[in-house]
Design a protein around this ligand. Sequence first.
Ligand SMILES: Nc1ncnc2c1ncn2[C@@H]1O[C@H](COP(=O)(O)OP(=O)(O)OP(=O)(O)O)[C@@H](O)[C@H]1O
Length: 911
Amino acid sequence: MSSQGMLDFSLVAMVDDVIQQHGKRLSDIDLASRKASEASLRRFEAAGWIRKMIGVVGAKDLPAEPTEDEFRIKMQSGIILCNVLNKIQAGVVPKIVEAPSDAVIIPDGAALSVYQHFENVRNFLVSVERMGIPTFEASDLEQGGKSSRIVNCVLAMKSYSEWKDKGGHGVWKYGGNFKQSPSGKQFVRRNSDAFMNSFLRSLSSEKSLDSFPSDDPEHDLSEMDNSCPFYSLIRKFLSDKRQEEIPTIMENLLSKVTEEFERRLATQNEQMKSDATALDVSCTNNILPCSMPGEMKNDAILQTDDTEMSKLVEVECEGVFSDEVDCRVSKKHVLFEKQNKDLQDLKHTVSAAKLDIQLMQKKYQEEINCLGQHLHSLAHAASGYQKVLEENRKLYNQVQDLKGNIRVYCRVRPFLPGQPNRLSTLASIDNGNITLITPSKNGKEERKSFTYNQVFGPSATQEMVFSDMKPLIRSVLDGYNVCIFAYGQTGSGKTYTMSGPNNLTEDTLGVNYRALEIRNSSQNGLNVPDANLIPVTSTSEVMYLMDLGHKNRAVSSTAMNNRSSRSHSCLTVYVKGRDLTSGTDLRGSLGDVISSLSQKNAHVPYRNSKLTQLLQDALGGQAKTLMFVHISPEPDAIGETISTLKFAERVSTVELGAARANKDSANVKELKEQIASLKAALAKKEGEKNTQKPELRRMLSTGSTTSSSSCQSVEDIEVNDNLKRLQRRKTFDPQDLLKGSANWVDEDMVHKQNGINMNGTCLGQQREEGDHQLPKMPSNKYIPDPSKIYPEQPINKNDILNHDMNKIRYEVATTDESDELDVATTDSSEADFLWRRNARKTTSIPTLKGSTLKTTTLKQAKHPERSLIPQPSARRQSTGTVLATPKNARRPVSGSGDGRRKTVKAKLEKH
Ligand SMILES: Nc1ncnc2c1ncn2[C@@H]1O[C@H](COP(=O)(O)OP(=O)(O)OP(=O)(O)O)[C@@H](O)[C@H]1O
């Protein structure tokens, strides 16, 4: 809205206000100023005439427009006045006393020679008076004197001079009337009413001049008073003023009115601006809720901006603008109405939108409820599916057990603290399936999935891992042998799973420790050269031995693992239990192998071959075997990871044959007791009847078709005797006898008595051969007195159940062909021995000499068909060889488990 087009105030009221505020002062100030102005004009006129008469120099640099004081001071010495007078009439002042310099004349007439000044002034005044020119008092030249009288005197001299210049006719008389000022300003003396008429006419130019007939002033004024209150106001204001004051007063009044008008206009503009802003905000606020969807009315509201509203208001105000108040009220009313209407529209829109939203909310709520029900049923179905999957997994594991498959678990190590690259190759884990992201050749990522019995992700805890293995470990108590071994790239977490990290806490205890919580009784037996068998009576004693072994392990830094195990860790716990109701004895063993991969090929084969021998028992068909593959999540390990997983997948297809419990029936037990007592008797007699030993040896050699005499024992003869007796008993199940562990335990017992120990887990194959004579094997050192190794006694490393196979490995490397080593190696693996024994059969070499570990490994490499298990990649060779334990050369190449079992059955039938 334009401020020019619509005043928010009345002009008349504004003028009235100005008059009320400044009326009296306007008159007073203006009169004084007028007088001052007149005095100035006269002074300037006087000064100008003096300068003209005597020159600027003669006038002592009197300014053209001097102030009152300047003029008085310049006149003070009387010199100028005298000189001017002499100019009008030469010699009228006969003697003028000049001042030494202007500097001696100081303000306020403090002349150096007051007397001399007085002389000049006196001479001047006398001369002037004589000429009939108006004079002044000498004191008028002093401060506070009437300087206007000095000016008047000078102007009178001027008048006289002019008169004289014109010829000096008649008598000169000074009138003292005002004349036109040098500045051109002229005060016009007029009749007050006439002047008012003229003045008001000029002001009323906005109205029609025709309405003011000039020839009847009285009529004019009354007409004007009646038609416009403004004129009446001005007339009233000027009525008591003198005519000559009216122009000045009107000038000042107009100036004040203009000032006030501008001030009010500015205020109105400000007000209009802020109103417009408020209107904008109001419109915006009202329009915002209209932006709800589906409201067509909003468009109309949005289009009604304040410009359009201004136009509307202006149109409505048109024709009535003369009445400013009405116009303003009308305009505001229109605005108000408009805004009110808009507000109502907006309210309507908002309530409509609210209704819509409520409807939508209701609809969504219904949909959400519906979805919730679907989700519920889906969740129910999913949980059922999970249950089915879990059941499926259990059944699958059972089938695996029945088939004797190696169970394969997989664990993914988490990223280690401080590892910069946290991009994992692991895509997903789902119920035994693991999917990895592998970089493909064309740059696109590919995914590869593998299936195992169980898969643990990086967040799996030790407890979670162990609880899954618990049933397997518990089956030791049911008489099964159990072998759990870890496999994987260096640094992938094998040690962590089996033992735990360096700083062990209750939460991070590995499988080894946790398995011992289960039971705390054990029997010993380990066929590792230089390893010792220590009887223990409690879990804590086993833990102590484990710690001891752990300390003895060789570790060193590899590229991927700072504390990489440079040794194999093997813990065998022999457990013997008794079923109190049936009187059945249960025995089992747990072979726990932690293998570490090396970074350099040089030492790998040695290390693997020893592990192979250790695992022979577990792979002999009698054990439940769990292979725990470990992988690292880092992208740069993806090659090794895929290779590991592929190998593990192949391993999971290998059937070792169903494991069987080492149960002794009452009959077998009875027989065993007889054998034991016989063995004890034999042992007792052995010392007494040294002469009989050659005879026994001879009997043994004739009773065996395959083994060398050096490997036979007295016990073997007794086993054969018992076998013959058992075969004659109809109630006896030959399977019992074929359970190698049953006889093995007997052997074990005897060997223990004789200070010899054998691992009692891998005799199935021996029975298959129909060769019931056990080879006599150099044994581990049995330490009947545990106190030898416990803290109170100095620890002899040779007397410790040594977990560090590294030592063995180095012996192999350095004494490759030594007899001791050969024997030791043979000791450590019955199956290996048998294999070599058969080899000897075919090659007719009746000696074990030269059959070193290295040779064994090489032979195996030359005859991969002996292995029941697929070979891993070159880098995985160490662990692959662990599984590829050299077997009997006559063992079927594939379908090993079944084939082997068939062989067993054939042998049984024979028996
Ligand atoms: N599941 C896990 N959670 C936390 N840390 C782990 C886990 N698995 C492994 N680690 C850590 O990763 C590092 C390497 O693990 P570990 O020594 O067990 O590997 P390894 O396979 O035994 O290696 P090597 O074959 O070289 O002996 C260790 O610092 C270990 O604590």
